[in-house]
Design a protein around this ligand. Structure first.
Ligand code: SAH
Length: 506
């Protein structure tokens, strides 16, 4: 049988953006991904749908798997002909036991490659705003384990040389032993006022930094009940954080924001919030489905040229309509004889991606704004096609009909409610860890309430700030008993993000 192959990949310190391009490729091509506690879970999203994902982590020293078991697993999977990606937090060769895993592979005659990663010291220091070396401050840096093998009688660390010989010292796995580490450094001559920073869950939205000096940091950490996983940075460079801090000073840092948009739409909004430092939890409340039958849409596509205007009220409407056009072997040229109106810049952008520039985009994104815009024209006798979602408001069709237009509204896609709330979201709600919930349409409000049950939802959202994208969504919130705290003037995701930032920074 063909032998498999193993990629030993550094996943970086947690921010999924910090994996290397090559590392990401290895995750996406693997038959089997064997991952650790510290390898950020989001990186697993890059894996193939059908890849086998195996957790081989150790949590806080409690070994789910012993190292020899992991070695055996790697060998076994590779021998059965699989391409295995062994994903390890940070860099595989820095306190990662990657060396031992490679030795096992070598012995078994299995081919491997090593893809380095951003190690915790480098990642966490960068995200804490602490340059590990600095021309004016220090010329060297040492990476040291703060947790030597438990069977060793005596430390192998040469404390004398380490204390005075290295400018910056970074300890991995040192939180528990912090009192011994600091006293060893002090005993061997390092100055008591040497600055020290502990960085926990560096590069992640949960990052915590505790600052002190060699003489007081152990006591501060004890008082704050500071826990692993954290690195300990010792040296004058720590002072630079005061001026260089950039990550944990973002306006929404440490705030948890719930995004309730449909799965295919959430990404963009989540990214905007994350860029402001928020920890984003996605709870899709809408699944988009095609209509049960395409009959109505197909009939209008046949006579598209007879319409004077086509009005797209959402990006989803554009996407579903064009999907159907394509299925029938047609493209944007089918609209050659119609003028096109879009509601909202997003809709315009989606239309543009199909090669069509909208003729009209009312500046007021509400349905009423669209009617007002057409009221400026004479539309008597004109034919309008409005691809609709089910349960859409009828403001536009009614308004246009009242002005003498003839309007057809074929059902182009449907909203349905997913069955389950993701476990992560439920847990955050139960533990009162959510700071803000965002609603970007009335259906997100109604579906969220339906998925949780109204009373349970009201209970979960007690004390949680509510952001609604516009007046209609806000009304839906109020109708079910929610107070709206944040409501942008312009109904766009950008404005909504800005308003949330403003709300939490005042
Ligand atoms: N191979 C890993 C280190 C594994 S040892 C690497 O190169 O980063 C585990 C230790 O790494 C933890 O106890 C902690 O000291 C450190 N560590 C890993 N991820 C971290 C993070 N995001 N923030 C702070 N420390 C981290």
């Amino acid at each position: 049988m063909k032998k498999g192959f193993v990629y030993l990949v550094g996943a970086g310190p947690g921010d999924p953006g910090l994996i290397t391009v090559k590392g990401k490729e290895c995750v996406s091509l693997a038959d089997v991904v064997i991952y650790d506690y510290l390898a950020g879970e989001q990186i697993l999203d890059f894996a193939r749908e059908d890849a086998e994902l195996i957790y081989a982590g150790k949590i806080g020293g409690a070994h789910n798997h012993e190292q020899w078991q992991i070695n055996d697993l790697l060998v076994e999977k590779a021998l059965s002909g699989k391409v295995v990606t062994r994903l390890k937090g940070g860099d595989p060769f820095i306190f990662g036991r990657g060396g031992e895993e490679c030795e096992a592979l070598k012995t078994a005659g299995i081919g491997f490659e090593i893809v380095p990663g951003v190690t915790a010291a480098i990642g966490a220091a960068a995200y804490a705003g602490i340059p590990l070396t600095h021309r004016n401050v220090t010329t060297s840096v040492a990476f040291v384990t703060g947790h030597e093998h438990p069977d060793k009688d005596e430390s192998e660390i040469d404390w004398q040389r380490l204390s005075l010989g290295s400018g910056t010292i970074v300890f991995y796995m040192g939180v528990k032993n912090l009192p011994q580490i600091t006293s060893s450094l002090l005993e061997h001559g390092r100055a008591p006022d040497t600055p020290v920073a502990l960085v926990r869950w560096g590069t992640r939205p949960e990052q915590q930094v505790l600052e002190g000096t060699l003489s007081d940091i152990a006591e501060k950490a004890r008082k704050a009940a500071f826990k692993a996983p954290a690195i300990t940075i010792v040296g004058e460079v720590v002072k630079l954080r005061e001026t260089l801090r950039w990550f944990d000073s973002k306006p929404l840092f440490a705030k948890t924001v719930l995004v309730t948009r449909s799965e295919n739409q959430a990404g963009e909004f989540s990214a905007m919030l994350a860029a402001k430092g928020a920890r984003v939890l996605e709870c899709p409340t809408i699944t988009l489905l095609p209509p049960e039958s395409w009959g109505a849409v197909d009939a209008e596509i046949e006579r598209l040229a007879s319409f004077d205007w086509v009005i797209f009220t959402s990006a989803n409407g554009v996407n579903f309509f064009f999907e159907r056009l394509a299925a029938k072997g047609l493209d944007a040229r089918a609209f050659a004889d119609c003028r096109i109106c879009v509601v909202g810049a997003k809709t315009a952008a989606h239309l543009a991606s199909h090669g069509i520039k909208a003729d009209l985009m009312p500046s007021d994104y509400k349905a009423e704004g669209v009617v007002a815009e057409f009221a400026k024209l004479d539309i008597t006798g004109l034919k309008f096609l409005i691809p609709q979602v089910d349960k859409a408001r009828d403001v536009i069709p009614k308004g246009l009909a009242a002005m003498g237009g003839s309007v057809i509204t074929p059902l182009t896609y449907r909203n349905s409610t997913p069955d389950n709330i993701p476990a992560k979201v439920l847990q955050a709600l139960e533990e009162k860890r959510v700071d803000c919930v965002t609603f970007t349409s009335s259906s997100t409000v109604d579906n969220f309430a339906a998925m949780l049950g109204e009373n349970r939802m009201l209970h979960f959202l007690e004390g949680v700030k509510v952001a609604a994208i516009g007046p209609i969504t806000a009304k839906s919130c109020r109708d079910i008993g929610l107070n709206v705290d944040i409501e942008p003037e312009k109904y766009t995701l950008e404005e909504m993000t800005e308003e949330i930032v403003k709300y939490f920074t005042i």
